[in-house]
Design a protein around this ligand. Sequence first.
Ligand SMILES: *Cc1c(COP(=O)(O)O)cnc(C)c1O
Length: 393
Amino acid sequence: MTYQADEKGYYGEFGGAYIPEMLYPNVEELRQQYIQIMQEESFQKEFKDLLKDYVGRPTPLYFASRLSEKYNTKIYLKREDLCHTGAHKVNNTIGQILMAKRLGKNRIIAETGAGQHGVATATVCALMGIECIVYMGEIDIDRQAPNVARMKLLGATVIPAKSGSRTLKDATNEAIRDWINHPVDTHYIIGSVVGPHPYPDMVARFQSVISEEIKSQLLEKEGREAPDYVVACVGGGSNAAGIYYHYLDNPEVGIIAVEAAGKGVLSGESAATSALGKEGIIHGSKTLLMQTQDGQITEPYSISAGLDYPGIGPMHANLYRTGRAEFISITDEDAMKAGQELARLEGIIPAIETSHALAIFEDRKFKKDDIVVLNLSGRGDKDLSTYIDYFNL
Ligand SMILES: *Cc1c(COP(=O)(O)O)cnc(C)c1O
């Protein structure tokens, strides 16, 4: 019994690769080679060296003493906010650009909603001197102007998706169409543990550096590798997969996943996928997703652009279905308060995605000597205008 993917990319009943026939050769090439490439010594060396010297890893495991005192438990923060580009996403894009090079690809495509994954992709393409095309919904281009500017400054081409609701799912459709038309020279960098197999497993492996580091850091600080709980916010689920990875099959470690309840789980404006989701297929994978009675994907809502996704990765759908993880949903309001609280108690301004995870301590009580490690997935710079508007700063 394992909570990791099986050979066909299934986590229990979720996962797999439900793709149009035209995409089969691209996905199959990656599936056949990804594990072998990742295990090559030269790949591991280049990946580790870049994580160290370019991203700035290992990121600190910081004991948050004032936050711990307030909630009467031991809270450690894994500081992914200190990664180059400000969040965990770059761990995955570095891994995938190296994968693309080994597969002989000289053109990268990606889709982005909030723009964070687009920026992380444009960054590694600049680093490697590889052409980068980012698809983005026309509405998102307007909403996320600073990230569009960043991508352009980094040399990427940003192509607006003008169909449908002109948001993330339409950008994804455009990216898939592009990939079908360029099967030989192009690699598609997916930004979370979503999409057809092997993406969820490959992205989880790249992000697993997070829990790998925690094991030795916690051993040094507490004399044991495993905490009592690991906590992360879940959009698609990549920062969560990274902090859970090496603890998934250790039942002593409690797993907590935090979703965005938006204006309330039942308000009609939320992104609480596990609570509201039904089984279905999204982006080539069988998982839980928010949909109408006749199976159309529902437009999600959250104050945090990075959690605003109608599905969750198949690993998390399985963690939910089996009860291995505890799922908590947090409203916009509670997240914003928790973000402000971390700023004032610890001098760290978190991304609003991360603020959702931080907000659980208000209601979810832990024992005094529990060790709780929370993934501080990103920094709040990108969210400053949202904080300004919300608190009238
Ligand atoms: C993108 C993002 C997330 C959500 O994505 P996951 O794949 O669920 O990790 C969370 N936090 C930050 C800071 C992000 O940029």
